[in-house]
Design a protein around this ligand. Structure first.
Ligand code: XIL
Length: 337
């Protein structure tokens, strides 16, 4: 069989991809996954809302399908995620009468959720994103003012790690976040990680989501971030890599009528250069023992979550494979070393 990313990077780190059960039904996508990747992350199906839609109802089917596929093909699985402010069911924050639950009650529910999910996949999932995106977007604030935070204060973060560790002491436990290379955000993530380490919370690693662009991050920002987090004794992975051809925008909006979504030669050239630079840094950081994995967020430009986020109706082209599942020039940059 033709070599893939997983083969070129065999001595560096596993190369993963985010998937849905639907992709695993499509022969073209299955062929590409098996040729290129040796790790899977469920794109949505292990998040609390999808997998635990009601207090007494679990929707294991889609998550099981991904784990079964991985087992059948000897792929690793990263679990994503156990505690987040999005795709979280409303029931978890409410009493039966509709009032807000107490802190003690919410932590009990968080415990029971984490315990059930982590134990179900024990031995089959080697790493978990335990807490996702707990840092505020506003640079002047520390933690995000989510329902978790409003009800529990910052304790939910440490507790989530303790619950996950108790359920599977062998799993590698991650804090995961985006824009971690921006200096102001990097400092706040560092502050959180340091607090957790100082309190002997069982955290092993940090995930840089890696939703990057043609201009962000710079090589220096990327190296500095990985090395600063690693200085705490944590491993680092890039957990959700894609390189948007548009500038970063946080807020959702509709595509403007006059707005082009052409994938220009200039965008393609800049994107190839970004990917080449990122993977050079990844190889260096892996050899230094700091970086232990890279996962792409979606398989190919046939489908990306960025096609509808944050701009609805604008096609993006953020990955290494095109809409027909063929390697793009950026792919050849990544495997040429
Ligand atoms: C995204 C999925 O890709 C979409 O399908 C879904 O509609 C929203 O969530 N950060 C994360 C991921 O940690 O879970 C998000 O995934 C992308 C941003």
């Amino acid at each position: 069989a033709e070599k893939g990313l997983k083969d070129y990077y065999k001595s560096y780190f596993p190369v993963g991809v985010a998937v849905s059960p639907r992709a695993l039904q499509n022969p073209a996508e299955v062929a590409l996954i098996l040729q290129q990747f040796n790790s899977l992350t469920p794109e949505n199906d292990m998040k609390m809302g999808p997998i635990h839609p009601d207090s007494t109802r679990w929707n294991w089917g889609p998550a099981d399908a991904i784990v079964d596929f991985a087992q059948a093909h000897h792929l690793k699985v990263r679990g994503h995620n156990l505690c987040w402010h999005e795709q979280t069911p409303r029931w978890i924050f409410k009493n039966p009468d509709g009032s807000q639950v107490s802190k003690a009650h919410l932590l009990k529910r968080l415990h029971d959720h984490i315990d059930a999910v982590v134990k179900r996949y024990k031995g089959k999932i080697y790493a978990w994103d335990v807490v996702n995106e707990a840092i505020a977007d506003n640079p002047n604030e520390f933690l995000r003012n989510s329902d978790w935070y409003k009800i529990c204060g910052e304790d939910f973060i440490a507790e989530a790690f303790r619950y996950a560790h108790a359920a599977d002491p062998s799993a590698v436990l991650f804090y995961n976040d985006y824009n971690t290379e921006r200096p102001e955000k990097m400092e706040r993530v560092y502050k959180l990680l340091k607090k957790l380490k100082d309190a002997k919370v069982p955290i092993d690693a940090v995930g840089l989501q890696g939703h990057w662009s043609l201009v962000e991050p710079t090589e220096q920002e990327l190296r500095t971030t990985i090395e600063r987090f690693a200085s705490l004794g944590l491993k680092v992975q890039v957990t959700e890599l894609d390189v948007s051809v548009y500038p970063w925008e946080k807020d959702r909006r509709a595509k403007r009528p006059d707005e082009s979504d052409a994938y220009t030669p200039d965008m393609q050239a800049k994107q190839s250069a970004q990917y080449a630079m990122f993977f050079k840094v990844f190889r260096d950081e892996a050899k230094a023992g700091r970086l232990t994995g890279v996962t792409f967020w979606n398989i190919s430009d046939h489908y990306s979550w960025l096609d509808t986020y944050p701009v609805v109706g604008r096609k993006n082209h953020p990955l290494l494979f095109d809409e027909n599942f063929k390697p793009k020039p950026a792919y050849y940059e990544v495997v040429k070393f």
